[in-house]
Design a binder for this molecule. Structure first.
Ligand SMILES: [Zn+2]
Length: 344
C-alpha cells in the first residue's frame, strides 16, 4: 500500500509531497530514496490519529497525515516488538485489552463467589485439627478483646446442658469438643468456633431450660453446632473471609479490611444456606442416633423463627427467610429416619 506523505528538509519549511510504501522492512519513497526501517526513528504521537513523524537518516522528516492508523499498522508490522511504542500496542491490542479486563472482572467475581468457597474448602481440608484447635483458642481469647468473656459453665442448668453436649459430641465422634458460656444479656444465641469450641449465651440456656423438653431442645442446638464442627464450616468461613480480604487488599491496597479482628469477622459471617441445612440434617441424625427426640429442637426453631426479625437472628437461624424450608426438611428427614429404624 502507498501512503501520501510530506517530506521536510530539516531546518527549512520546504515540503514536497511523496508516496511511501514499506517492503521487506525497507521504507521506499516515490522520489527514489529508500531507508531500512531499522535506521529510522519515530516521533512520539499524542493520539491514535495524530500525524506520524519519521526521522530519516538523511536528516529529513517524513510526516504521514492521511490513513495514519493503517500506516502505523504497516510500519509496526515490520518492527521488532521492543521498538513498538505504547500507543501502537494500544491500537492493536485495545480490543484484547478490553477483553482481558472483562475476563479479569469475571475471574474476580467468580473468585468472590464460587472460587473462594472452593479454595477455602481445599485449604480447610489441608489444615490439621491441631492447627484448627490453636486457631480456635486464639479466636476465643480474641472475643475478650471485643468485651465478650467466655467462661466455663457455672450454674447447675448450664452444667446440665454441658453434660448433654459432651454426650452428643461423643456420639458425633468429633476430634475436639469444648463447651463454653457467654454472658451476653438479651442475646439468645449459640455458635461454633474452629477447633470444636461451642459457645451458648447464658440467656439461651436460661430461656429454654425451664421449658418443657427444654434440655432436649438445647441438645438439638448443640447437635446443630456439632454439625458445623464436624463439617468444619466455621474454619471454611474464616479461610474464605481471609481469602476474600486478601483479594481486596491486592486490588485496593486497603489493609484495614484484613486487620479486622478475626473473631469479629467470624461472628459477623453467615454460614451458607447449604451449610445450615447440612448442620440441620446432621443434628437430626445425631439426635436420633443418640435416642433423643428431635421434635423439641424443631419446635425451638419454629418458636425462635416467630420471635425474631431478620436482625439479631441467632446463628442457627441465620438463613432466616429459608427457615420454613429448613424446618420442613428436618421433619422430612426425621420421618425418613424413623421409618428406616422401624424397618431394621
Ligand atoms: Zn448453624
Amino acid at each position: 500500500m502507498k501512503f501520501k506523505a510530506q517530506l521536510i528538509r530539516t531546518g527549512t519549511s520546504e515540503r514536497t509531497e511523496v508516496f511511501v510504501s514499506i517492503e521487506r522492512k525497507v521504507l521506499r519513497l516515490s522520489n527514489g530514496d529508500s531507508y531500512p526501517i531499522g535506521e529510522v526513528s519515530v516521533g512520539e504521537r499524542s493520539g491514535v490519529n495524530s500525524p506520524f513523524f519519521i526521522f530519516l537518516p538523511s536528516g529529513q522528516q517524513l510526516i504521514i497525515t492521511e490513513n495514519v492508523r493503517e500506516f502505523a499498522d504497516e510500519f509496526y508490522k515490520h518492527l521488532p516488538f521492543y521498538r513498538k511504542n505504547w500507543l501502537h500496542r494500544f491500537e492493536t491490542w485495545g480490543k484484547s485489552l478490553l477483553v482481558s479486563v472483562l475476563v479479569l472482572i469475571a475471574a474476580i467475581t467468580f473468585w468472590l463467589t464460587k472460587g473462594s468457597d472452593m479454595a477455602a474448602e481445599w485449604l480447610a481440608n489441608r489444615i490439621s485439627y491441631d492447627l484448627e484447635y490453636e486457631l480456635g483458642k486464639h479466636i476465643l481469647s480474641g472475643l475478650s478483646t471485643l468485651g465478650w468473656t467466655v467462661r466455663k459453665p457455672s450454674t447447675s442448668d448450664e452444667k446440665r446442658v454441658e453434660e448433654l453436649f459432651y454426650f452428643l459430641s461423643e456420639q458425633a465422634e468429633v476430634k475436639y469438643a469444648h463447651f463454653y458460656v457467654l454472658d451476653k444479656p438479651k442475646i439468645v444465641n449459640a455458635f461454633a468456633i474452629p477447633g470444636g469450641f461451642v459457645v451458648f449465651t447464658s440467656e439461651m440456656i436460661d430461656d429454654y431450660i425451664s421449658e418443657e423438653d427444654g434440655l432436649e431442645a438445647l441438645g438439638g442446638v448443640a447437635a446443630h453446632e456439632l454439625g458445623h464442627i464436624k463439617h468444619r464450616h466455621s474454619l471454611r468461613i474464616l479461610i474464605k473471609s481471609a481469602l476474600v480480604a486478601s483479594i481486596f487488599t491486592i486490588l485496593t491496597g486497603d489493609v484495614s479490611i484484613v486487620s479486622l479482628g478475626m473473631a469479629q469477622q467470624l461472628l459477623s459471617l453467615a454460614y451458607t444456606r447449604k451449610q445450615e441445612e447440612e448442620a440441620d440434617a446432621y443434628a437430626i441424625t445425631l439426635l436420633m442416633k443418640s435416642y433423643l427426640d428431635p421434635e423439641p429442637f424443631i419446635e425451638l426453631m419454629q418458636n425462635l423463627k416467630e420471635k425474631y426479625d431478620t436482625d439479631e437472628v441467632p446463628e442457627f437461624l441465620q438463613s432466616h427467610p429459608h427457615m420454613s424450608k429448613r424446618i420442613k426438611k428436618m421433619r422430612q428427614l426425621m420421618e425418613q429416619l424413623k421409618k428406616q429404624d422401624f424397618q431394621e
